[in-house]
Write a protein that binds this ligand. Structure first.
Ligand SMILES: Cc1cc2nc3c(=O)[nH]c(=O)nc-3n(C[C@H](O)[C@H](O)[C@H](O)COP(=O)(O)OP(=O)(O)OC[C@H]3O[C@@H](n4cnc5c(N)ncnc54)[C@H](O)[C@@H]3O)c2cc1C
Length: 402
């Protein structure tokens, strides 16, 4: 790639963004809600994100590095980097579409058959089909490999019974990435199968879960005799833990990358409230600002490696923990800036501060809890003794279950 080629591409991106996408600044300040306060807003948000994903795809800015035979642009990793840089101030985020693509696409590219890639990747990256992640269960969250949803082969079809929970955007999903237990006699990590699962069939019941603050981000999913053909196994039967780990690792990196523009809004809020000159407030603003910049640098290093198909130079658990801590600091600062108005007033800034306060909890749980990521770092990066596992070497069916 020569410099003029890159410059020309950058100009093309700048022109397209300016003509097609709104600037973030054009929105009213303090309205960037992640959690929609009602089902109606959640539904509208999903539709808006789907349209935006389609718009990006049609213009060649979604699936930039995906090979053309799978519906992508077949471009170079640097093109995605340029788009990311240029799109920084624009409303290009596509909500859960962004998340599920970041989690699912690398696993499909690495483990999918030719037919699976040709069938699923174009509609995944264009947003034409909505996907969800069906991993967690009431008895298997942190200990995901303990999952109990059963799938038994009947001819060429799996018949599935069980329950999944905390499944983001499952109420909109046409397809799901589903983990099932196919061999209860094997050790727990060895009898799991990864399925590309059709959600729109009898035997699938999706019940939305409404959170305390009114948002309906998740659902629980009941599977009662649902079917899945063996051609939809990603990887091999009983060997789904490998692709599942790839999804989880990409999920952590993706959550770390979704850092948002909270420090800028906090600085604006301090200006608006006139306390930007207070030394303690200035110090706290400097901390969240600096941490946010560092997080962006770490995320960029990880996504550059991912774009080039290399192992990330930073363990994804580091960025996941870092972003969770950022959210705690940002939530605390927003509330200390506003005082009582942070919880009792319905002005935009107060609603936004409440949102920041709420956002500190899910970010420490979704994609693996802080404690689990600390275990990962201890074991995988620092070489510390492994967590105690009383189920090692025992067939899954013989592990005591609560
Ligand atoms: C915003 C959000 C989105 C989500 N989206 C999805 C989704 O789309 N699909 C999906 O399948 N799931 C999703 N989840 C579920 C998420 O993956 C689980 O909540 C998470 O893995 C934790 O599992 P759990 O809730 O069962 O908690 P548990 O595993 O029961 O953990 C309870 C507590 O025990 C601690 N703990 C557990 N094991 C250990 C250990 N070995 N060492 C130290 N402490 C430990 C945990 O840190 C936690 O504090 C989402 C969750 C959130 C919050």
């Amino acid at each position: 790639m020569n410099a003029s080629h890159k410059d020309q591409y950058r100009l093309e991106v700048q022109k397209w963004l300016a003509e097609n996408i709104d600037l973030i600044e054009e929105k009213e300040p303090f309205t960037t809600l992640h959690w929609m306060p009602s089902r109606e807003r959640e539904n509208q948000h999903h539709l808006d994100c789907q349209l935006r994903q389609k718009k990006l795809y049609d213009a060649g800015y979604a699936g930039v590095t995906v090979p053309a035979e799978y519906g992508g642009r077949g471009g170079e990793p640097w093109m995605q980097g340029v788009f990311r840089e240029e799109a920084a101030g624009y409303q290009v985020h596509t909500g859960f579409f962004n998340s599920i693509i970041a989690m699912t696409l690398p696993a499909l590219l690495k483990h999918g058959t030719e037919e699976q890639k040709k069938t699923h990747i174009p509609s995944l990256i264009s947003g034409g089909i909505s996907w969800c992640q069906l991993f967690s269960e009431p008895g298997a969250g942190s200990d995901l490999a303990g999952l109990a949803t059963r799938a038994e082969l009947d001819g060429e079809e799996f018949i599935i019974h069980g329950q999944k929970v905390w499944n983001s955007a499952a109420m909109y999903a046409d397809m799901g990435i589903l983990l099932v237990r196919t061999n209860p006699d094997a050790h727990k990590h060895e009898g799991i199968t990864f399925l590309l699962f059709d959600m729109k069939q009898s035997g699938v019941e999706v019940r939305p879960l409404i959170q305390a603050h009114g948002a309906g981000h998740f659902a629980e999913v009941f599977l009662d005799g649902a079917k899945c053909h063996i051609s939809n196994v990603l990887g091999e039967i009983d060997k789904g833990w490998g692709p599942a780990r790839a999804v989880m690792s990409n999920e952590s990196a993706m959550i770390g990358g979704a850092s948002g523009d909270n420090p800028q809004q906090l600085i604006e809020l301090a200006h608006e409230l006139g306390n930007v000159d207070e030394p303690v407030i200035r110090q706290k603003l400097a901390v969240v600002y600096t941490r946010n910049k560092l997080l962006k640098l770490m995320s960029e290093k990880i996504s550059t490696a991912a774009r080039k198909g290399k192992t990330p130079p930073i363990h994804p658990s580091i960025v996941k923990l870092y972003v969770a801590n950022n959210r705690r600091l940002e939530g605390d600062l927003a509330q200390s800036l506003l005082g009582a108005a942070g919880v009792a007033v319905t002005a935009n800034a107060s609603k936004w501060a409440m949102e920041l306060l709420h956002a500190r909890y899910p970010i420490s749980i979704g994609g693996g809890t802080d404690e689990v990521h600390r275990n990962n770092l201890g074991e995988q990066a620092l070489g510390l003794p492994r967590d105690i596992r009383i189920d090692r070497g025992i067939p899954w069916k013989d592990i005591p279950k609560g």
